[in-house]
Design a protein around this ligand. Structure first.
Ligand SMILES: [Zn+2]
Length: 313
């Protein structure tokens, strides 16, 4: 018997699991909530990997889904803003010092797209766009049956498409990106600005409200909350119109916490999308569906990716 280890490095939660080579049922699974401590992120990661390692079986590979632009060949992280110290961080090199099995690396959203393609909502499709909308907006593209990676493995940063050149500041430091207008924090920030400008809203009673609070207020009929989510939905719809013109997918899979707003988000999204595509043929037979793998998308994506690299089906 042999096994594969998959790891999903999130901003606050890291997940890891060991899997048999022929099953999606983990042998061991664990997660760590990183708290604000002096312990380096890399130390958390090593301990987590250790906790799911299976000594009784040959481990064929370790596959890591990591945030931030990264070099999938070497595992070099260019910048992961939510992980302290992970700027120009040689993750692959450091892991190779302690772990001797083959290592595989991928951007978390790219691998989540890969996972949805192999095991989730995208099974059977050859051209797929995956977008995860939460604290940030990540993307992944399957193009003609292959994960689109680009020249340096940096492709498919769909959340950083420019929507409004002089728009709000994005987490990446540039302005007006999709993420800066339609992510969870962007929805909160827009609602906050409107309240400061004198717009009445039930949200004004909450000192620090979240995107979940905005969604709840919208469900209770709060006009500003509804407008804030509508604005995000319309912006995502606008971006999706551009994406289908570029990639011509047969399915768009939407995941992440912001999609929990349901029709409040999806109705304006679909309306805007339909009004912006240049020919109706782009939306013919196009499915727009929620993601299926939920919190496991990173893990299962990393697993699927390793199996693919090792030619295990
Ligand atoms: Zn950006």
């Amino acid at each position: 018997m042999s096994a594969l280890i998959a790891v999903d490095i999130g901003g606050t939660t890291m997940r890891a699991a060991s899997y048999p080579t022929n099953s999606l049922n983990p042998i061991k699974i664990n997660k760590i909530h990183r708290v604000n401590s002096s312990k380096p992120v890399f130390q958390y990661l090593l301990e987590l990997i250790q906790s799911v390692w299976v000594d009784s079986q040959e481990v064929l590979g370790l596959s890591i889904a990591s945030p931030g632009p990264l070099d999938p060949e070497t595992g070099f992280i260019f910048n992961a803003p939510n992980l302290p110290g992970w700027v120009d961080f040689p993750l692959g090199e450091k892991l190779r010092d302690t772990i001797s099995v083959p290592l595989f690396f991928g951007n978390d959203a790219n691998l989540a797209a890969f996972g949805e393609w192999k095991y989730g909502a995208g099974v059977g499709h050859s051209n797929l766009i995956y977008l995860t909308i939460s604290t940030g907006i990540g993307g992944g593209v399957i193009c003609n049956g292959n994960l689109l990676t680009g020249h340096k493995g940096l492709a498919a940063e769909l959340g950083h498409i420019i929507i409004q050149p002089d728009g709000p500041l994005c987490s990446c430091g540039k302005r007006g990106h999709l993420e800066a207008i339609a992510s969870g924090p962007a929805i909160v920030s827009y609602a906050n600005d409107q309240i400061k400008n004198g717009q009445p809203s039930s949200l004004a009673q909450i000192i620090y409200f979240s995107a979940v609070d905005v969604a709840n207020a919208a469900r209770n009929g709060d006009e500003l909350a509804i407008k804030s989510i509508e604005r995000a939905g319309e912006t995502i719809g606008l971006a999706l119109a551009s994406f289908v013109h570029i990639f011509n997918p047969s399915i768009i899979i939407l995941g992440g916490g912001v999609t929990m707003s349901g029709n409040l988000l999806f109705d304006p999204l679909l309306q805007k999308f339909r009004s912006e595509i240049m020919e109706p043929i782009y939306s013919k037979d196009l499915e727009i569906v929620p993601a299926k793998l939920g919190d496991d998308s990173g893990l299962l994506g990393a697993l699927a990716f390793a199996r693919n690299q090792l030619k295990i089906n």
